[in-house]
Write a protein that binds this ligand. Structure first.
Ligand code: PXP
Length: 239
């Protein structure tokens, strides 16, 4: 069965909008685990726009499943990962201006640096993964730089403009899953998955874990709204 990694970045996005203490992504992670999540993912960005260093430190102490730290391959982040020692590290490209991670890592272009960075990170005993587009050459390059896993970027599939494009992107994902497994890599996937488009990705088979963030946090806001309002109405009525 495909495992679920829950990305709690956007709980921190809401907290940072007010610069106060809630909602706390650490609490959200504990609740996600209680509900059956197989792992927790956070992306510590260079600009600290959502997840903070404090969150990663606390999560490394409190997550009972597995903590996956998403990060750019910079000296600062590698230092943090080696100090915190999460279960896994997923290296992603990062641009300051982007709203979210836009594309997979260009492993072919970055291979020389990545080989060293992956070797350094693996000294910490962590599982190292690269976020890549579903492209055979990128997968081969990922294998060559010495990672144990890849996370396939599902964004193009999720954002496909029509049925033909969606089927084509799904076929790319399917080939990439097969190729990754043939290379001996653990194959994960994620980005843009929601309650409507996830089924077809699960049906491909062979994917170890899906990392899903925005759609779960968005749904949590909506399914929790009624109860939250009821509780406030009760307080106002002195109940
Ligand atoms: N995987 C990676 C590598 C990501 O960068 C993100 C977004 O932070 C996700 C998965 C989760 O994407 P979404 O929030 O669209 O579910």
């Amino acid at each position: 069965m495909v495992k679920l990694g829950v990305n709690v970045d956007h709980v921190a996005t809401v907290r940072q909008a007010r610069g106060i203490h809630e909602p706390d992504p650490v609490t959200a992670a504990a609740l996600a685990e209680l509900a059956g999540a197989d792992s927790i993912t956070v992306h510590l960005r260079e600009d600290r726009r959502h997840i903070q260093d404090r969150d990663v430190e606390l999560l490394s102490q409190t997550v009972k499943t597995r903590l996956n730290l998403e990060m750019a391959a910079t000296e600062e982040m590698i230092g943090i990962a080696l100090k915190i020692l999460p279960y896994s590290v997923t290296l992603v490209p990062e641009k300051r201006q982007e709203l979210t991670t836009e594309g997979g890592l260009d492993v072919i272009h970055l291979r020389t640096d990545l080989r060293d960075q992956v070797a350094t990170l693996r000294q910490g005993g962590m599982l190292i993964s690269l976020f890549v587009d579903p492209d055979l050459e990128q997968l081969k390059a990922a294998h060559r730089v010495g990672v144990q896993a890849v996370e396939l970027h599902t964004g193009a599939y999720c954002e496909a403009a029509d049925e033909t494009a969606r089927k084509a992107e799904l076929a790319k994902l399917e080939s990439a899953v097969r190729a990754g497994k043939k290379l001996g890599l653990q194959v994960n996937a994620g980005h843009g998955l929601n309650y409507r488009n996830v089924r077809e990705v699960v049906a491909l088979g062979g994917i170890e874990e899906l990392n899903i963030g925005h759609s779960i946090v968005a749904r949590a806001v909506l399914v929790g709204m009624e109860r939250a309002v009821r509780e406030m109405v009760a307080l106002l009525q002195g109940r």
